[in-house]
Design a binder for this molecule. Structure first.
Ligand code: ATP
Ligand code: MG
Length: 224
């Protein structure tokens, strides 16, 4: 639809933290994803709709034109770029500075991580982010067996499935509740605006003001 923009968001943090940026641009989403089961949400702007997708599906929707733009975490973007050898067809004009957290290594409190690294032990690491973890430990020269999980990473060290996990941490509350400790920070995470490159040319008149409004709301200089 050439006269309509589709914005891909994921439910939860990213949706909640994108709302104020939209509001600052005069955009209101007219349905609440927590109470509605709709996956396509209307806004007060006739030419803008929001689609709700899994966080890790946002780059796919935007890259393939299922959405013109979207908001995705650096965790998801970096993991997929490492897996695919580049971010295909995605223009990333802005760091929105929302959904901030960090990617860290955590272990049980009684696991001697520094000692294991120093001794050159082989570590079993459970994570959803296998590419980021692979790169991190390769850079450190630590040998790892990676175990791919899709959720509840904290459980892995507690059940003996793994020595360590690589996961997102914000307050550390979930780690503490499970008696895990953060032993290494890998990278700071925040969410980015991602834009379909073809849409940027074909729908420039609709997209440009929206990108500029996101930039202003996020307190950033407009991009060229
Ligand atoms: P799915 O539900 O599709 O499996 P998910 O559970 O990873 O994905 P969320 O937990 O909502 O989805 O996370 C979505 C995005 O929000 C992540 O990709 C990350 O960028 C950000 N995020 C995740 N955890 C935190 C956190 N603790 N603090 C701040 N931002 C976070
Ligand atoms: Mg989730």
């Amino acid at each position: 639809m050439s006269n309509t923009l589709t914005l891909a968001l994921s439910k939860g943090r990213i949706f909640e933290e994108t709302l104020p940026l939209l509001r600052a641009a005069g955009i209101a989403v007219l349905e609440d994803p927590e109470t509605s089961r709709k996956l396509i949400l209307t806004t007060n702007q006739p030419h803008l709709r929001v689609v709700l997708v899994r966080a890790s599906d946002v780059p796919t929707y935007v890259a393939h034109g299922g959405a013109d733009l979207g908001v995705a975490g650096r965790d998801v973007l970096h993991e997929q770029a490492l897996a695919q050898g580049g971010a295909h067809g995605l223009y990333q004009p802005l760091d929105l500075q929302i959904a901030r957290c960090r990617m860290s290594v955590a272990t049980r409190a009684d696991f001697d991580y520094a000692g294991a690294v120093k001794q050159g032990s082989r570590l079993r690491v459970a994570t959803k982010y296998t590419e980021i973890a692979r790169q991190h430990f390769a850079d450190k020269g630590v040998h790892v067996d990676l175990i791919k999980l899709y959720g509840s990473m904290e459980l892995a060290p507690l059940t003996g499935l793994a020595d360590a996990i690589v996961d997102l941490v914000s307050t550390g509350g979930t780690l503490r509740a499970n008696k895990l400790v953060e032993v290494e920070r890998i990278m700071d995470i925040s969410s980015r605006l991602v834009v379909n490159q073809a849409a940027l040319k074909l729908k420039r008149a609709l997209l440009r003001p929206l990108i500029d409004a996101f930039a202003a709301a996020a307190g950033q200089a407009p991009t060229p």
